[in-house]
Design a binder for this molecule. Structure first.
Ligand SMILES: C[S@@+](CC[C@H](N)C(=O)[O-])C[C@H]1O[C@@H](n2cnc3c(N)ncnc32)[C@H](O)[C@@H]1O
Ligand code: SF4
Length: 337
């Protein structure tokens, strides 16, 4: 199932008492089949299951969102231009990663805090051009940001130089007051102005950049937009997609009052389809790992394929498939599927 279809299904059936569990069961069956196809059945060494690679440009963040599991005391690191080039070189030469559909510019931290963010984006564009020359389909470049640093001049550079295909904004709460309460250090007025400028340019100039928003809706508010502040609704209209979600607990990293039960699922699509490259070259298994618990290798020591196929990563896949999720520190309380 494509990520977009999954988003749509989630939007439609999230919290439905019967259909939601049924969807999850179907997803589990699909994931277990994919596991066999990509890791067990003949020919598996010629194919990779990865469809998304997340790059964490910066491990630090300018905000202190109340619900976020990012450990703000860990060392602050920025990805070097060399780490980025090493990753892109590996992507280029290894055909098994040419089915990667998206490079996501986020994990923990805030991408736009990187001091050389524009240079980093230009390097990615350079590789896109190399790929095109060789008739290779380059992954879509998708950035998710808290928006506070995306002032009009920076937004204009990104748009004018066509550096990304998609930009997502996190606008939690549903009202300016809730937004500032949840997203500590963020201010609604500049956020609204930054998003408004970018979105208006995209719309008026018909630029080929997809926009989306993510809004955490705290209980007991419903997962709808009707009750939201007019400025939230206005921004929502400018997005191509707006995901409304409940809080999750980052695999047990944060305390929630009403914690939904972790799924006993024997499949994990995220594990199959994702890899995350951290600023120092470490690679972790998925974007639920904001604090490097699931590191399975380093790009300076092994190739991307070796990390993908490493015993460390295989252990995650095998344990999930055989119902031993509880034994994996990173996964045991995870609510994703
Ligand atoms: C970890 S942030 C990193 C990207 C960037 N700093 C941002 O805030 O957009 C990625 C996304 O996770 C969401 N998020 C953080 N904590 C969450 C939680 N406990 N439950 C659900 N979503 C959460 C954020 O709102 C954001 O949309
Ligand atoms: S959710 Fe994003 S903006 Fe908020 S603290 Fe976490 S990483 Fe920073």
């Amino acid at each position: 199932m494509s990520a977009l279809n999954k988003e749509k299904l989630k939007e439609k059936f999230n919290e439905h008492p019967v259909l939601w569990p049924a969807l999850k069961k179907g997803q589990e069956v699909q994931s277990r089949l994919k596991y066999r196809y990509f890791y067990k059945w003949p020919g598996h060494s010629k194919r990779a299951s990865i469809r998304e690679i997340n790059l964490e440009f910066a491990s630090a963040c300018n905000l202190r969102c109340k619900f976020c599991a990012l450990d703000h005391n860990k060392p602050k690191q920025n990805m070097s231009l060399l780490v980025l080039r090493r990753f892109l070189d590996q992507w280029l030469v290894d055909f098994r990663f040419h089915h990667v559909e998206k490079i996501n510019l986020y994990n923990g931290g805030e991408t736009l805090l990187h001091p050389k963010r524009i240079e980093m984006l230009r390097i990615i564009k350079e590789y896109r051009q190399i790929a095109l020359k060789h008739d290779l389909k380059f992954p879509k470049i998708s950035m998710l940001t808290n928006g506070m640093l995306l002032r009009p001049t920076l937004a204009d550079t990104i748009l004018n130089e066509e550096l990304v295909d998609e930009i997502g904004f996190s606008l939690d709460g549903g009202t300016p007051e809730e937004f500032e309460d949840l997203r500590v250090n963020a201010k609604w007025a500049p956020f609204y102005k930054n998003v408004g400028h970018l979105a208006t340019r995209i719309r008026e100039e018909k630029l080929p950049v997809r926009l989306y928003g993510i809004t955490i809706v705290p209980e007991p508010k419903p997962l709808t937009k009707a009750w939201m502040h007019p400025e939230f609704q206005q921004l929502s209209m400018l997005f191509d997609h707006h995901e409304l979600r409940r809080l999750h607990d980052w695999g047990g990293e944060i305390e929630l009052d009403d914690k939904p039960k972790a799924q006993k699922s024997r499949g994990c699509d995220l594990l199959l389809r994702q890899l995350v490259l951290l600023p120092n070259g470490d690679v972790t298994v998925c974007c639920n790992d904001l604090n490097s618990k699931g590191v399975v290798g380093n790009l300076w020591e092994k190739s991307l394929w070796e990390i993908y196929n490493s015993a460390e990563r295989r252990k995650y896949l095998e344990f999930i498939d055989s119902g031993r999720k509880d034994e994996l520190e990173l996964c045991k309380d995870c609510m994703s599927f």
